[in-house]
Write a new protein. Structure first.
Length: 133
C-alpha cells in the first residue's frame, strides 16, 4: 500500500467526504492506485487527514457503490480490477444477479410497496383475534 496523495481543504465549499471521494476516484481512474491494491483502513486514512472516521467511511461507501473498490470484510478494501463501471460489466452483474435469483431494482420497488399492505393485513387479523376472546 503506497502513501496516498490525498488532501482535505476545510475552506472549500464541497464536503470533506466529496473531496476524499473525488481524489481517490481520480487516483483509481488514472491507474496510480492499481487494480487489486489495498486501500488504507478507515482509521489510518482518517488520522492522516485529520478527519473523523465516518468521513472516510462514507467516501469508501461512495466508491464501493460506484464499483471502484470492493470490501473484503476484516481484510479491508481493495481497488477493483478490470473495467468496472462500464456498460459491459453492468450487464454481467445484472446477468449474475438474475442467475442467483436476486430481485432486480424494479421488482425490489414493488416488494417494498407491498410491505404496508402486509402490515395492515396483520393488524386486521390481530384485531379480529382479540374480539373472539
Amino acid at each position: 500500500m503506497s502513501k496516498l496523495k490525498v488532501r482535505v481543504n476545510r475552506s472549500r465549499p464541497e464536503s470533506m467526504t466529496r473531496q476524499i471521494t473525488d481524489q481517490l476516484a481520480g487516483l483509481i481512474n488514472t491507474g496510480i492506485l492499481a487494480a487489486g491494491e489495498m486501500l488504507p483502513s478507515e482509521r489510518t486514512l482518517a488520522e492522516s487527514l485529520g478527519v473523523a472516521r465516518n468521513v472516510v467511511r462514507r467516501s469508501y461507501d461512495y466508491l464501493a457503490s460506484s464499483a471502484l473498490i470492493a470490501g473484503e470484510g476484516r481484510r479491508g478494501r481493495r481497488v477493483r480490477g478490470g473495467t468496472s463501471g462500464t456498460a459491459s460489466s453492468r450487464k454481467k452483474s445484472a446477468a449474475t444477479s438474475r442467475a442467483s435469483g436476486k430481485k432486480s431494482s424494479a421488482s425490489a420497488k414493488k416488494g417494498a410497496s407491498g410491505k404496508g399492505s402486509k402490515k395492515a393485513a396483520k393488524k386486521t387479523s390481530k384485531a379480529g383475534g382479540r374480539k373472539g376472546r
